[in-house]
Design a protein around this ligand. Structure first.
Ligand code: GSH
Length: 306
């Protein structure tokens, strides 16, 4: 049976069992659950916790309670050969492998389906587990979720790295942030769209976490103190109250916390270049209490290797 036909059966079966409450139906339901566990396809997420794109997929897997294996892939030239040969010739993460025989992640099977690109992967996860509502059922709300993703990609994910390396002004970046805030529902505590955690949340949250992290620690080529000032404006001013509430509420979710690593985003190649700037280096090294000795040691090694 192909994975697709299993998905259709599963959706139909779930609603059939929800409509019935007899003992016979519950026995059948239990048998169906055993069957479902037997047919679940293997899924491996090739990951690197520094990446916001990976974190989006990681969060969605956790939220949808899809079983998966996680395998870390180093950035740069030290990737395992099998990764570019069998999993993703472009060498980027996130990439997932889906289906095929049960094999260890570092011995990927040529028979499994390989899929790169975080947004495409997120849509795929929504398709294989429709009952998790990673995409809303209502076509209008679905479109809203997709529009938020489009805007985060077009505005935030392009201006934020630019701000850190001096290629984008804080003004342009804050305008992008306002545009995103305006797309959120006005009530505090509300998700990006509808009543369920969707792929729109999975895309937005990792970017907000990284901008919080970098600006809070004043990491960027801007004048010392500028990052912290903008952080203060976003996190403590009135202009971004709704966005701040969204960030505070949803960055505490289990799926978000378990996919987050405060140290790794700081160790990505772009950040390491920034860290080489004297002011930033001092700022980073003084964070030892927040990130732990191991993080500080790794950052020092990266700096020494410049
Ligand atoms: N558009 C891609 C971007 C993926 C991407 O750029 N991944 C980077 C990490 S953030 C990567 O794997 N780089 C490989 C490397 O630096 O060696 C997506 O949304 O998945």
């Amino acid at each position: 049976m192909s994975p697709a036909s299993v998905i259709i059966d599963r959706t139909r079966c779930e609603s059939y069992f929800q409509r019935r409450s007899s003992v016979r139906a519950s026995l059948k339901y239990r048998r169906f659950k055993v069957f479902e566990a037997m047919v679940q396809q293997q899924l491996t997420l090739y990951s690197n916790k520094a990446s916001p794109f990976v974190q989006s997929v990681h969060i969605a897997l956790e939220e949808a309670q899809i079983d998966y294996a996680l395998y870390d892939i180093a950035f740069g030239p030290n990737k395992p050969k099998w990764f570019t040969e069998i999993v993703n010739p472009v060498g980027k993460v996130p990439t997932i492998s889906y289906g095929g025989p049960q094999v260890p992640p570092d011995q990927p099977s040529p028979e499994s389906f390989k899929l790169p690109e975080s947004i495409v992967i997120l849509e795929f996860l929504a398709d294989i587990k429709p009952e998790a509502f990673l995409l809303p059922k209502d076509p209008v709300v679905r479109a809203k979720a997709r529009f938020i993703i489009h805007k985060v990609q077009e505005t935030l994910r392009s201006t934020f790295p630019g701000v850190l390396i001096g290629r984008c002004s804080f003004e342009t970046f804050l305008d992008a942030l306002k545009e995103i805030q305006a797309l959120l529902p006005s009530e505090n505590g509300a998700l990006a769209v509808g009543d369920h955690f969707t792929i729109a949340d999975a895309v937005l949250i990792p970017t907000l976490m990284r901008l919080d992290l970098a600006l809070r620690h004043d990491i960027g080529t801007f004048a010392p103190g500028e990052g912290k000032k903008v952080h203060d404006l976003i996190m403590h001013g009135t202009e971004f109250k709704r966005l701040k509430d969204y960030f505070d509420t949803f960055s505490k979710r289990e799926a978000v916390k378990s996919s987050w690593d405060e140290v790794r985003p700081m160790l990505s190649p772009a950040r390491i270049k920034l860290n080489a700037i004297p002011g930033n280096r001092i700022c980073l090294l003084s964070r030892s209490a927040a990130i732990g000795e191991a993080g500080t040691a790794s950052i020092s090694i990266c700096l020494n290797n410049q």
